[in-house]
Design a protein around this ligand. Structure first.
Ligand code: HMG
Length: 445
């Protein structure tokens, strides 16, 4: 079968930053370490007055097309994943195509366009759709532009406010890609849940604490389902495990659970038994409560073990290096985690070609999906022009009052006027409203 996957990636961060420890925590009366140590977040990204999901998506896609020397006729699909859409009928992908047609001679009339919705997991679902389209032989030699773009805003005062973020990830999906190929094996954990939802409203209704439990339960199901087709996963089978990252602390919890699962009935469990005993088995306990207590105690001990710490530092921590500075990008988050892992390997001068990643995506509502990716020979060159950390460093640093103004600017019910904090250059910008209440965009040189 043809190898299919991601050939190249471009990342566009919202151009404003909110420092959580220095600026946000004092105004909320919180200890800054709740953010930096507890949630594991340093800053959030926000869109400037002229940015939104279309501009961020179009800017990422344009840079990607330029870098890969692509013309519109090379693109057979434009799939956008978002949970921040502002139109219940016309998909964001049409707006993005309209932007790109302003700067290219050709058009995208031949390209299939759509919009995927399933909370944060929609980014991976769009990637999957694009891969399946190529595997089915329908692409006629063309590739797919898959764009995950979100402004992850919460109502002010909501506990989720600390985890906000904004940005877009554009992926070029092709046959024989340079970056990673995707396994056909996948595992799912999917259930009707109401932990995080937006019933015709911009800001989510969230049961934050329950959402954490739902994330863990669905991820666990997805891992078991993945193992049923791909075979048992060992703790060191994968170079990195990029997971959906609503905030790094969430991934810390998921990683401990995954480690416990993958070492069960292995030599690692036996080796650790001298220190912390073997993992509790359900059949050894009279009731669920006693079993849960025993598991909790085991996990508390496990996370202090040097073996676990070393595993976490090697396979998980590197995947968080972008997220901790930009917050939750919803559909784009897991795709940032993948790129953070590849950056880490590049900085360590590690030869990653042929090694595998275990990718865990998640969307509230709720569904988790796990698949494997194989790093390709050209991965290192694909990172050279990305410079995401430079863009993160160049963001405008907001005061708390400015943050509130930006939040109001992007609140669909307020849409208040706001002078931009940055000057657009070589990028698409929001340019006001058309006669049918459509959004207008233009390219600024
Ligand atoms: P909260 O009540 O503000 O925070 O809500 P907390 O009191 O639970 O503290 C957070 C952590 O910081 C805790 O760590 C504290 O102990 C620690 P934990 O016990 O969980 O390991 N902490 C400190 N650590 C060091 N020094 C201190 C200190 N103080 C506290 N001084 C919550 C946190 C995540 C619930 C909230 O931010 C929220 O509601 N977020 C939005 C929902 C969310 O992100 N859920 C995650 C799973 S669902 C998901 O991923 C899907 C999503 O992306 C949406 C989609 O799919 O579309 C959200």
């Amino acid at each position: 079968m043809t190898a299919v996957g991601i050939d190249a990636v471009e990342i566009w961060t919202g151009k404003l930053a909110l420092d959580l420890a220095e600026t946000f925590a004092p105004r909320k009366g919180d200890d800054p370490e709740k953010y930096t140590k507890g949630l594991g977040l340093y800053e959030s990204s926000f869109p400037d007055a002229y940015e939104d999901i279309v501009t961020m998506g179009a800017n990422a896609a344009y840079r990607l097309m330029e870098r890969k020397d692509l013309e519109p006729e090379d693109v057979g699909r434009i799939d956008v994943a978002t949970e921040s859409a502002f139109d219940n009928s016309k998909p964001v992908s049409t707006y993005i195509a309209g932007c790109l047609e302003q700067v290219y001679d050709g058009d995208f009339h031949h390209a299939n366009k759509g919009e995927r919705k399933f909370a944060c997991i929609a980014g991976t679902q769009s990637l999957d759709d694009a891969c399946n389209w190529i595997r089915a032989g329908r692409n006629r030699g063309r590739g797919a532009l898959v764009i995950a773009s979100d402004t992850a805003l919460y109502a002010r005062g909501d506990a989720g406010e600390a985890t906000q973020g904004a940005g877009a990830v554009a992926m070029w999906v092709t046959e024989d890609p340079s970056l990673v190929t995707l396994s056909t094996e996948q595992g799912y954990g999917s259930a009707d849940e109401t932990d995080f939802l937006k019933p015709n409203q911009q800001f989510p209704s969230v049961d934050g604490k329950r959402s954490i439990q739902v994330y863990l339960a669905r991820m666990r199901e997805a891992l078991v389902d993945f193992e049923s087709v791909a075979g048992k996963v060992g703790p060191d089978d994968y170079a990195y495990a990029p997971f959906h990252t609503p905030y790094p602390g969430m991934v810390r919890k998921a990683a401990l659970l995954a480690y416990r699962h993958t070492i069960r009935d292995t030599d690692v469990e036996d080796d650790l038994a001298d220190e912390i005993g073997r993992q509790p088995r359900r059949e050894d306990y009279e009731d669920e409560e006693a079993f849960d207590d025993a598991i909790r105690d085991y996990m508390d001990d496990l996370k202090e073990q040097p073996e676990y710490r070393a595993w976490y530092d090697a396979h998980i921590e590197p995947t968080l290096a972008i997220s901790e500075h930009v917050g939750n990008w919803y559909t784009g988050s897991v795709h940032l985690a993948r790129m953070a892992a590849l950056y880490h390997a590049a900085e360590a001068d590690r030869d990653l070609a042929g090694e595998e990643l275990l990718v865990g995506s998640y969307g509230s509502g709720a569904q988790a999906e796990i698949h494997a990716e194989t790093v390709q020979d050209g991965w290192r060159e694909e990172l050279d022009d990305l410079a995401i950390f430079d863009r993160i460093d160049r963001r405008y640093d907001l005061t708390f009052e400015e943050y509130e103004q930006v939040h109001d600017r992007h609140n669909h019910e307020k849409q208040s006027e706001l002078e931009p904090f940055t000057t657009p250059e070589d990028e698409f910008v929001f340019d006001g409203w058309g006669p049918m209440n459509e959004r207008k965009y233009r390219y600024v040189e």
